[in-house]
Design a protein around this ligand. Sequence first.
Ligand SMILES: [Zn+2]
Length: 255
Amino acid sequence: MSKEFNIVKKLSPNITKGRNGWKPDMIVSHITEGGFNGAVSWLCNPNSGVSAHFVVAKDGKITQLVELTDTAKANGTSVDLKGKNPKMHYSLSTLSKVKDRKTNANYYTISIEHEGFSSEANGRLEPKQLEASIWLHKYIIQEVKRIYGIDIPLDRNHIVGHYQINPVTKPFCPGKNFQFDEILNSLKNDKVGELIKMELAKWQEEMGIKSLDSLSKKKDNNRNPIVNSPDTWKETLAENVPQWLFWSIIDRISK
Ligand SMILES: [Zn+2]
């Protein structure tokens, strides 16, 4: 993962400690409808009562307000149609997981606020901000795997917008031009890259073993084995040189 983005922590008091027994498997994007500093201070102000795990500025700055293991107050759903927030009821969500879980969606989500106004460009992120958001999505996915052992599925049921959770109260959050497809494509490409790397490593090992095998059967002009103890060579080399390459070259030269 590239290291060009940093996360600065400034923890908000507007949280619920822990996740009420749930594990996070959804990343929810928002738009702040305001500037970066104003958003950060509002989300940290006890009077607002709201928060988000992260805020991403237009210039790519990232501030973390809530620990991943705690519940942010960003995109909750109500559980009582006759209670005080019937328009936020879970049954109104367009996501089947939100409907099925019948609880406050804040418990199993991680929220990212993006600096901007939905009216500005219909939520379209600026290039640096988009890059930062993609980087942050990858960071969150890694951390959720490390902390909870959960692989967040790379689809639009798990990489979502606030409007999918609260379609009645937040239809424009983060806006219809928000780059969900670009974010998802980048996340998927990373996954493919990982699989290719794993396949390549397997192939390299097989190549190395084959080369080593054929090499140990070779004899020099005096009928002595060219490699007396392949294992010793292997140990000496350790991880310093890609072994398969080394052995393949030796194999070619000694033909
Ligand atoms: Zn929102």
